[in-house]
Design a protein around this ligand. Structure first.
Ligand code: PLP
Length: 377
């Protein structure tokens, strides 16, 4: 009998929880109206939509009027970045070179179309920025500036201190956008108290279906839509709302936060176990994820033995282990990681990202290391 496959790529995406699948089936059977219709079916759909907006906003501690449903994290970040420039008059963006490609590609587009000035902060070998450098760049705030920095890096797990960063932005009158796609459902957020203006979330990262997300836009800022059409989502995002996705996202997020402590403790144990087993088996590895300042869900490890990571991940896949050598891009092909190229310019393409969930067990971690040993040695 073939051994069960081991999936350690939860930062790429996660399976839908069985309880959430049950809920999806219930929604599909009972809610079919268009929330914009005024008849009874429409009103039922509208109240379902608003009930889930309230659930999610209470989990993230913000006003429900600050939450806008979108099709994914990519759309949310595009909406925030492009509309900040087109609506709010942002002329300059300060970011880092290791943001998710959906943000980096927006910056490029904004540079070309709007002549937006984009300044990148330096990052160290763990992908951490220097807040003093941010502060010194913000000293010249003659132009309206948006700082865009992700909360949890999707390849390294490295985390940003949102409080400190946001306070620096506030002090210098800069807007602050943080891509929270890898943090939502794994860390508690109080959006109302955090000094942030914009954030983003994506349902498929926390055990709900793909193609559903949200943008948090605080009440101080009003953005123009990217998609023009009807007046859904208070005219910030046209298009009939994805009720099944939104209901499932709300349910999955409620499960995440109801069991947050247990899940995080479990992730920490798995992360520590893998760090320790890998260090014993491969003494030459370098760990790219800083232990005290990263999400326990992600462990990024640099293997000094391989020139090309693609071959290694293919061999691991054949042996039944799913991990990532870069970020899973839209084409489905793994490309050399722009993040690793920044933090280890001499050794790009040799890092593997392991990412776990509460569904992962320690026996899978042991088997993962045995498979790596077999393939590498
Ligand atoms: N931002 C980060 C940090 C991500 O990890 C991802 C997905 O990998 C995205 C944005 C894009 O989210 P989506 O897949 O919902 O478009």
């Amino acid at each position: 009998m073939q051994a069960k496959r081991i999936y350690l790529d939860y930062a790429a995406t996660s399976p839908i929880l069985p309880e959430v699948i049950d809920y999806i089936s219930e929604i599909a059977k009972t809610i079919f109206g268009n929330p914009s219709s005024t008849h009874a079916e429409g009103r039922i759909a509208k109240s379902f939509l608003e009930e889930h907006r309230k659930t999610i906003s209470s989990l993230l501690k913000c006003n429900s009027s600050e939450l806008f449903f979108t099709s994914c994290g990519t759309e949310s970040n595009n909406l925030i970045l492009k509309s900040s420039v087109s609506t709010l008059g942002v002329k300059r963006i300060i970011s880092s070179p290791i943001e998710h490609s959906c943000n980096l590609q927006c910056f490029k587009w904004l540079q070309k179309e709007y002549k937006t000035q984009v300044d990148f902060l330096k990052v160290n070998e763990f992908g951490q920025i220097d807040l003093e450098e941010l502060e010194s760049l913000l000293h010249d705030n003659s132009q309206k500036t948006l700082v865009s920095l992700m909360h949890v890096n999707n390849e390294l797990g490295t985390m940003l201190n949102l409080e400190e960063t946001g306070h620096i932005c506030r002090k210098h009158h800069a807007l602050f956008h943080t891509d929270t796609v890898q943090g939502i459902g794994f860390f508690p957020y109080n959006f109302s108290e955090l000094p942030i203006d914009f954030a983003s979330g994506s349902a498929h990262k926390f055990y709900a279906p793909k193609s559903c997300g949200f943008a948090y836009i605080n009440n101080q800022n009003i953005l123009e839509p990217l998609l023009h059409g009807g007046s859904q989502e208070r005219s910030v995002r046209a298009g009939t709302e994805n009720l099944i996705g939104i209901g499932a996202m709300s349910k999955a997020l409620s499960y995440c936060y109801a069991d947050l402590e247990n899940r995080m403790t479990h992730l920490e144990q798995l992360n520590l176990q893998l760090r320790s087993l890998l260090s014993k088996q491969f003494p030459d590895i370098l760990i790219n994820s800083p232990w005290h300042a990263s999400s326990p869900k992600i462990l990024n490890v640099q293997f000094p033995y391989f020139e090309g990571i693609e071959l290694l991940t293919i061999k691991l896949d054949i042996e039944g282990l799913s991990v990532s050598g870069g970020s899973a891009c839209a084409s489905g092909a793994e490309t050399a990681s722009h993040v690793i190229s920044q933090i280890r310019p001499d050794h790009p393409g040799k890092a593997i990202r392991f990412s776990f969930s509460h569904l992962t067990n320690s026996e899978e971690i042991e088997r993962c290391v045995s498979i790596l040993a077999k393939v590498i040695h």
